[in-house]
Design a protein around this ligand. Structure first.
Ligand SMILES: Nc1ncnc2c1ncn2[C@@H]1O[C@H](COP(=O)(O)OP(=O)(O)OP(=O)(O)O)[C@@H](O)[C@H]1O
Length: 233
């Protein structure tokens, strides 16, 4: 579904990604693990078209998307849940879901779409009219994922969704990610949380210094400590 090959990208004179190649097959959860500054967010930004690729190709469902702007990539069915969630703190939960849904469906269908998204996040039902800024970190993460889901993406890219969440909430997040996948979503999960990645992903890539240094099926990375060591370097 997503095929990244020899991707190079960066900021100004700084080259951050030095030939990243990876794949997310349809219906799979793939994790991209790496330490601070390894190039994880830059990889997602380059796939999404938020920064331009200097070299290499990104194909989605067979279509080259590496030179397309973000709104076009989104139009192909790729949605990004950014690292800092980027919610509008004064807007309500429902307004966020509306925003996501209205990108892709008719006004008359928005209610139904939001209803189907809320099935994954029943806890949000009682907070629909609260402002996002008043929610807990875990609830804000749910809103960020729900907003992206409301646009019915084929591929959901999650940038460190566990960041700042308590372990119990991270476990719940893991169950939600699995459930999303079971109902057909392909997922690219960027994480530093080895435990979460191991518990949901079927394939793991490790990035260090803008290069994929290791990759393989999750079963090959069964030892959490060894996996952690390999991305810390
Ligand atoms: N907007 C930017 N302008 C300039 N340099 C940037 C920018 N964003 C990231 N960088 C640099 O690019 C490198 C990779 O950053 P990136 O955010 O992709 O790492 P990351 O793996 O996502 O790390 P983290 O977990 O800390 O977010 C770092 O050296 C960082 O300082």
């Amino acid at each position: 579904m997503l095929e990244v090959s020899g991707l190079e990208a960066g900021y100004g004179p700084q080259l951050v990604l030095k030939g990243v190649s990876m794949q997310v097959p349809k219906g799979e959860i793939v994790a991209l693990l790496g330490g601070n500054g390894a190039g994880k967010t830059t990889t997602l930004s380059a796939i999404m078209g938020l920064i331009s690729a200097r070299k290499g190709t990104v194909r989605f469902a067979g279509v080259p998307i590496q030179s397309k702007p973000a709104h076009r990539v989104f139009g192909h069915g790729v949605a990004l849940v950014p690292q800092w969630r980027e919610l509008f703190s004064e807007m309500s939960v429902l307004e966020h879901l509306d925003l996501g849904a209205m990108q892709r469906c008719r006004r008359s269908e928005i209610g139904q779409r939001i209803e189907s998204v809320l099935e994954y996040f029943p806890e949000l039902r009682s907070h629909l009219h609260r402002r996002a800024g008043a929610l807990s970190g875990g609830q804000q993460q749910m809103v960020a994922i729900a907003r992206a889901l409301a646009s019915e993406p084929k591929l959901l890219m999650l940038d460190e969704p566990s960041m700042g969440l308590a372990p119990m909430i991270v476990s719940e997040l893991g169950r939600t990610i699995k459930r999303l996948n079971e109902t057909g979503k392909s997922i690219l999960l960027v994480e530093q949380n080895v435990h979460l990645a191991l518990s949901v992903a079927s394939y793991i890539y490790i990035i260090r210094g803008g290069t994929i240094v290791k990759h393989g099926p999750t079963v090959a990375f069964a030892d959490e400590r060894e996996l952690f060591q390999s991305y810390i370097g």
